[in-house]
Design a protein around this ligand. Sequence first.
Ligand code: FE2
Ligand code: FE2
Length: 406
Amino acid sequence: MKKRILFVDDEPMILQGLQRMLRPLRDEWDMVFVDGGEKALAAMAESTFDVVVTDMRMPVMNGAQLLTEIRKRHPSTVRLILSGHADKDLVSQCLGVAHQYISKPCDPEQLKTMIHNACLIGGDRVTDPIKDALGSIDRLPTMPAVFRNLEAALAEPNVSANRLGGIIEQDMGMTAKILKIVNSAFFGLRRSISSPSEAVTYLGIDTIKGLVLVNSIFERAEPLGTRHLAMEDLWRHSLDTATAAKAIALAQGLSRAQAEEVFVAGVLEDLGILVLASNFPQAYDRAIESLLAEKALLTTVEQQEFAVTHAEVGAYLLGLWGIPAPVLDIVSMHHTPHLITDPGISQVLAVYAADILVGELGGNPIFRTGGFDLTTLDRLGLADRVEPWRTAVRAQKAQQGGDIHG
Ligand SMILES: [Fe+2]
Ligand SMILES: [Fe+2]
């Protein structure tokens, strides 16, 4: 089905320009153009839109006010803001209400990729109640210990970007949020960033201090609300997987930079669990109860309870937040390696293998996997690699005194 996109700008000239520029996309998108917030809300009351792209500076109702209203009335609609650099103050007002920013003048290709990533990855599989919940999420729960470390580090006079990045990347909620911020066009970046250390270096320590201490971009943790899953279990599992995935990537000869990216994707792989468990704690508890009773896999019971898995939900939220496509692929495919098409070792495979090998070494039964898909490994020419991967992960664990994460 064609995606329905609503464009809002108070200046008719700009609206006409957009319409002309986007005409080649009319076979893919159903586009409606209106010249103000009131008309936008009226159009949305009449029919459903997948995405709204609005100007920031408008009389009567500005972009932030319009998006706030849309978040309330139509939470699952993807909310994008188009803004010029002079509007930075105004844009910072809606750090929370827009999913992504597009800087003016906008390039149709960039807009197309952004809309594609924001609504297609997992978008057709994720159900409406989950989309509604995801559409209004702005922050994710964090691990209290990591949050405290970050606050202490921010108070040090000469703290380095690497140290701050190293703390942020221990927590999936903080990692997702910092990548969302740095990759938004608000900061005018021309390439995508997929590691927290790079994000801190790019934004600068003072900006990070402001974002954390003044804008409160990170949520101070609250318990998840689930009886059968504690934040601590998920945190431990994500760090174990990330560390193991990095060890596998290095053992396979991937570069340091690629191995770093694998670590970050490993931290984010189960972001969907955090999202589902914190937004639907009772349903998630029911899913875990049947997992324990039937010795079923997490993805199977999630599918029964939510009609979608944490892999799809995680990738959907990260896409909505503008996280680079390679990370989305790793998150969306970490339980479905049969979807991988390129032969040989890949970053997705390193995370997939790490998840399985970490499970072999014990840990919480909730995260148990179904073991290696040998048909797929054979097709990718990697059937003989399982043993070296296992060795790399065990060596890593032994080095850290039995606890994979350090
Ligand atoms: Fe997973
Ligand atoms: Fe996992």
